[in-house]
Design a protein around this ligand. Sequence first.
Ligand code: MEV
Length: 446
Amino acid sequence: MAGAQLSKSISGFSKLRKRDKIKWIVENFFKDPESVMHELMSYWHHSEEQQKILDGFAENTISNFPMPFSVAPNFLINGKTYCVPMVIEESSVVAAASSAAKFWMDRGGIQAKVISTRKLGQIHFLWSGEEHLLKTWIPEIEKRMRMDAKDILSNMDKRGGGFTGLELIQIPDLENYFQWRIGFETCDSMGANFINSCLESFSNTFENFITQNDFLKDEQRDVEILMSILSNYTPECIVRVWVSCPIQDLGQFAGELNAVEFAERFEKAIRIARSDTYRAVTHNKGIFNGIDAVVIATANDFRAIEACGHAYAARDGVYRSLSDCSIQDGLFHFWLEIPLALGTIGGLTSIHPIAKRSLELLGNPTAEELMMITAATGLAQNFAAVRSLITTGIQAGHMKMHLSNILSNFNATSAEEKLANEYFSKNRVSFSEVRKYLDELRTQNQ
Ligand code: MEV
């Protein structure tokens, strides 16, 4: 047993050539090494140059992991029409976003506003001195930080961004613990590298300031910098998107309900997601179905976006829906407010070959514009999901897509598809039922 386990470990793996990495993997972990090797290699990019770019994104790459690249047209946002790129593997999501976008396009579109774009970094340190001293020294510390980091700051300063100031934070339960919470504007870049480089420079400056400070007693000249890193919680990098229309205009999207019933059921569904965490998580997951798909398509950091969005959803101590709704004076209002620290230059955005195309498809937006487009996609997605839930239920749509996937798996012709769609609109969809149906159909037609 121990021997069998050992044969699955290796040293120096990262130094192997890609082909040898795959060879070792297939021989140790797969029952049919030859065909798996062939399959993995079949996903290598046919252009060596493109493959090199993809391999540069991570380590130990052995192949590529394909995901569908889709588009959702007809997004009218602040009067401008977009065709939104989406990378997602879940069926129904793109169709739902597209139909909600079209619905709102015919009702004035989606409105959007970026509230602020401030990002944050932190220097965590231990020091046995007094808080008030640090507070009085803030202007001097800030001046020195700015001076020492001038080479790092100069480009961002020229673009109109940069370091916007620092604040001292203490956490009562942590002895001798302090934190510099530092504000940044990063223009059209997400700014992670810029912020982290600034923070490392700032922490050196601060350490020197304390250790060489004649005003302090010897024992207070010891400062221990624990870590310097950006915070992915950016509650001040906020975008708000909203839609509204007379209640009567909702009729077309209300299925068997009338417009008023639809609006009231919708509003109740949102109230539940505002109050019940179990529902809120699923509700917000629906919002992120749209948001993540755009974030991935534009090569932004979806882990950061998710982590931040969920923390924001729990900002008052209870995890709640990120979207909200009201009905007032015959009008239906639906909105979403979410922090989205996105970039359209730097990072992978301009290196990933398809992300570059995604941005081009969106008209090479600024970071603020991308924040609005992404949030609008989340709002549309959420509108479509809640609409399904309070009318037909989501399974109807899912099953339609599921059926279409199964049919394509069996290479159904378009005539077979037509008959199957008709039959399965009244019968339960499953892989075996579809196979049985097609077998019978094909036997009859022989
Ligand atoms: C499924 O991926 C997303 C939904 O569950 C979202 C929701 O329940 O609001 C349909």
